[in-house]
Design a protein around this ligand. Structure first.
Ligand SMILES: NC(=O)c1ccc[n+]([C@@H]2O[C@H](COP(=O)([O-])OP(=O)(O)OC[C@H]3O[C@@H](n4cnc5c(N)ncnc54)[C@H](OP(=O)(O)O)[C@@H]3O)[C@@H](O)[C@H]2O)c1
Length: 286
C-alpha cells in the first residue's frame, strides 16, 4: 500500500489559524506583534523565502520590517542593525536570512540577536536551552517536523531515527528534539560511511541535503514501513524537488512528506508561531 501523505500545507493551516487568534488576543491587550527580517545580498532563493515570510506575517496580522541590504554590506554595519532591532521595543522577532555573503561571519551575527527575539532559535543560548529541553524559541524547520509528526499521531518513542544533515538549522536541533521524545538518533552527513545501510535501519528518515546530483533517497535505502520526511529543496528537471525519489519511496514508506507542500510551509508557520511567542514574552516582561 502506498504511503500516506504528511501534508505540511494542512498542518501549517492549523498552526497559522492558532497564530491568527493569538495575534488578535495580543492586539486586544495593546501589543502589535512585529517580525523584522534581514536579507543581505541578492540570492534569489533567499529573497523568495523572505518574501514568503513577510507575506504570511501580514496575512496573520503580524507587522513587519523588511531590511534588504546590498551584498557589500559590512559585518559591523549588520551588527549595528541587529543592535538597533534588539533595542526597538516595537520589534518582537528578528530573522536574519542565511546564508550570508562570505565576508560575514554567520556565528557573530546570529549570536548578537537578543535572546528574547531569537525567533529562528539560532543563538548559542537557544541552542543550549534546546539541549537541556528548556528552549522557548526553537528552530523553525525541526519544530515544524515535530508538529507534523504530532498532528498525524506518529509517536517516535523507541524509533530508530536517521537524520541526513548536521547543520545548526536542521539536523542538530532536530536530533535533540527527537531524543527528547525518546527516539534513538543517528546523524549522518557527507563523510558518513555505509550511508545506505544506516538509512535502511531507520524507522524514521529525515533527509536535508538539497542537491539531487549529490544525493537522492531511493527505495532501496528505505526500510518497509519507514516514515520519510524530506526537507531538501532544489531544482530537478526544471521543478522544485526534495531529496526523495518520491514515486519509488512512497511504495515502501508508511508516511511521507511531499515537496512542495511538506516541510516548507511548516517552517514559515513555525516562524509566525515563534514571533507571537516572543511578543507574548515581551508583554510578560513589560
Ligand atoms: N523546506 C524548508 O523549510 C527548509 C528549511 C531549511 C533548509 N531547507 C533545505 O534543506 C537543505 C539543507 O539545508 P541546510 O541549511 O541544513 O544546508 P547544509 O548546511 O548545506 O546541509 C546539507 C547537509 O547535507 C549533507 N550532505 C551533502 N552532500 C551529501 C552527500 N552526498 N551525502 C550525504 N550527506 C550529504 C551535508 O554534509 P556535511 O555537513 O558533511 O557537509 C550537510 O550536513 C537545503 O536544500 C535547504 O534548502 C529547507
Amino acid at each position: 500500500m502506498p504511503a500516506k501523505i504528511l501534508s505540511g500545507l494542512e498542518v501549517s493551516a492549523v498552526v497559522k489559524e492558532r497564530v491568527r487568534k493569538a495575534v488578535n488576543e495580543l492586539k486586544g491587550q495593546g501589543v502589535q506583534p512585529c517580525l523584522a527580517t534581514v536579507l543581505v545580498g541578492d540570492d534569489s532563493a533567499s529573497a523568495t523565502y523572505v518574501s514568503s515570510k513577510q507575506k504570511t506575517a501580514k496575512e496573520l496580522g503580524i507587522a513587519t520590517r523588511d531590511h534588504r541590504l546590498k551584498a557589500s554590506f559590512m559585518q559591523q554595519e549588520l551588527l549595528d542593525l541587529v543592535q538597533l532591532l534588539n533595542n526597538d521595543p516595537k520589534v518582537h522577532g528578528i530573522l536574519v536570512q542565511l546564508p550570508f555573503p562570505k565576508h560575514i561571519d554567520e556565528f557573530a551575527i546570529t549570536s548578537s540577536i537578543s535572546l528574547l527575539k531569537d525567533v529562528d532559535g539560532l543563538t548559542p543560548y537557544s541552542a543550549g536551552m534546546l539541549q537541556n529541553g528548556m528552549a522557548h524559541l526553537k528552530p523553525c524547520t525541526p519544530s515544524g517536523i515535530i508538529e507534523i509528526l504530532d498532528y498525524y499521531g506518529i509517536d517516535v518513542a523507541g524509533m530508530d531515527a536517521v537524520i541526513l544533515n548536521r547543520s545548526n538549522l536542521v539536523g542538530k536541533p532536530l536530533a535533540f528534539m527527537l531524543l527528547e521524545r525518546n527516539a534513538t538518533v543517528t546523524i549522518c552527513h557527507s563523510k558518513t560511511k555505509g550511508l545506505a545501510e544506516k538509512l535502511r535501519g531507520g524507522d524514521l528518515i529525515v533527509t536535508a541535503v538539497g542537491n539531487r546530483g549529490r544525493f537522492t533517497l531511493t527505495a532501496d535505502m528505505v526500510k518497509e514501513g519507514a516514515v520519510v520526511i524530506d526537507v531538501g529543496t532544489s531544482r530537478h528537471g526544471g521543478n522544485m524537488a526534495g531529496d526523495v525519489d518520491f514515486d519509488s519511496v512512497k511504495e515502501k514508506a508508511s508516511w511521507i512528506t511531499p515537496v512542495p507542500g511538506g516541510v516548507g510551509p511548516m517552517t514559515i508557520a513555525m516562524l509566525m508561531k515563534n514571533t507571537v511567542s516572543a511578543a507574548s514574552i515581551s508583554r510578560g516582561m513589560q
